[in-house]
Design a protein around this ligand. Structure first.
Ligand code: ZN
Length: 377
């Protein structure tokens, strides 16, 4: 049982600025400097870090440069330091301004990319301790994703087991472009542990930069950010084709900051080609799009839409499911102004699905925390 559940501090649901209660499935918290997590390391690793000069390095993810305009909306940046490092700003701008009942904090953390498997494991554990102490203990509306050493799935599974007792951790965090494609058996120990503890796999935009995207290294952050969608597309093909969803029938995968509108075209090509060569993957007995509809969810920011009316409704129609999209602000990233984070009219029946019903159905640990009742209007 979580600390807050034990203390009876589960916050009440409340109407959001959109009307229905909101569960924000992507807000960001950032480790300010490596020194921030040093108190959570043991003596051996603290001394090791000092000896090697590691605290002098930034460990910022190249895919999330803190000074790029997209990384921090001007009114969501702290006066000093990186975006996502100020709890009071997150409280007022990401939670209060939207009327959010719960938000899931994703810490895109450079420690996951370490080539040393031992070091990656200890810094991920320290960062998870830091998230629990510095954010979750101080803000009861926050939940978080578990950071894991992506290069060593056995060690990642150990971290999931270690962390699973704290029910405020509701998801395991991976990246769109890692060492190997997500469907590969190499990654299955992570899925086995996640399924066992009722944790979806959140796949956030980002790369370990151990492998180039698609055909080679680009030169600019611009290319890298746009190419994230291609990385996600690859992962859909891999997860389905390798049989991950047959092996782990209860596994849910959430694409975070992936964009949305590329998926219907991808599934059309996937289904069409599968009909011709499905003998190659006999374990996939239903059309890929059916599996994707069952297992995959996506956050809505940034929503990659052309101009015109009824846009999100059209995408939902093409996906043949109104259960796949989850509300997100992507705080503090800059994709829109004001509170314009919901890509559908407040009056649409889809609004409540995206804001509340779908997130609640996706995250079993949240539904255990939230009593089945309507908020006071
Ligand atoms: Zn994000």
């Amino acid at each position: 049982m979580s600390l807050h559940a034990e203390l009876g501090q589960i916050p009440p649901l409340r109407p959001s600025v959109f009307g229905p209660p909101a569960i924000d499935c992507d807000v960001h918290v950032s480790v300010p400097t490596i020194r921030s997590i040093m108190p959570y390391l043991d003596d051996y690793w603290r001394q090791n870090f000092e000896m090697r000069g590691i605290p002098m390095t930034s460990w910022n993810m190249t895919s999330d440069p803190p000074n790029a305009p997209i990384s921090g909306r001007p009114d969501w940046r702290p006066k000093a330091g990186k975006p996502g490092t100020d709890l009071n700003l997150l409280r007022s701008k990401a939670l209060d301004d939207f009327g959010t009942s719960f938000a899931i904090a994703n810490c895109v953390f450079g420690g996951v990319a370490m080539h040393s498997e031992d070091m990656a494991a200890v810094v991920c554990r320290a960062a998870n301790d830091w998230i629990a102490r510095e954010w979750l203990d101080r803000e009861p509306r926050l939940r978080a994703s578990i950071i894991v050493p992506l290069n060593n799935p056995e060690m990642a599974a150990e971290e999931i087991e270690q962390r699973a007792g704290d029910k405020r951790f509701v998801q395991v965090l991976m990246l769109a472009m890692g060492e190997q494609l997500l469907g590969k058996r190499h990654n299955w120990p992570i899925y086995r542990a996640a399924e066992r503890f009722g944790l979806p796999i959140g796949v956030h935009a980002g790369s370990l930069y151990h492998q180039p995207p698609i055909a080679g290294w680009g030169s600019h952050f611009l290319e890298d950010y746009v190419a994230q969608a291609f990385g996600f597309e690859n992962q859909v093909l891999s997860l389905v084709s390798e049989g991950a969803f047959q092996k782990f029938p209860d596994l849910k995968v959430v694409f975070i900051e992936s964009g949305v509108t590329w998926l219907p075209a991808c599934l059309w090509r996937f289904n069409k080609t599968w009909r011709g060569v499905r003998a190659e993957i006999p374990w996939v007995r239903e059309a890929p799009a059916e599996l994707v509809r069952h297992h995959l969810r996506m956050t809505v920011q940034p929503f990659d839409e052309p101009e015109g009316g009824q846009r999100l409704e059209r995408v939902v129609d093409q996906l043949k499911s109104d259960e796949m999209l989850l509300f997100s602000t992507d705080f503090p990233h800059w994709h829109y102004d004001g509170t314009d984070a919901l890509p559908v009219a407040n009056s649409s029946p889809l609004a409540r699905k995206i804001l509340f019903d779908n997130p609640l159905a996706t995250y079993p640990r949240l539904s255990a925390d939230i009593p089945a009742r309507e908020p006071a209007q």
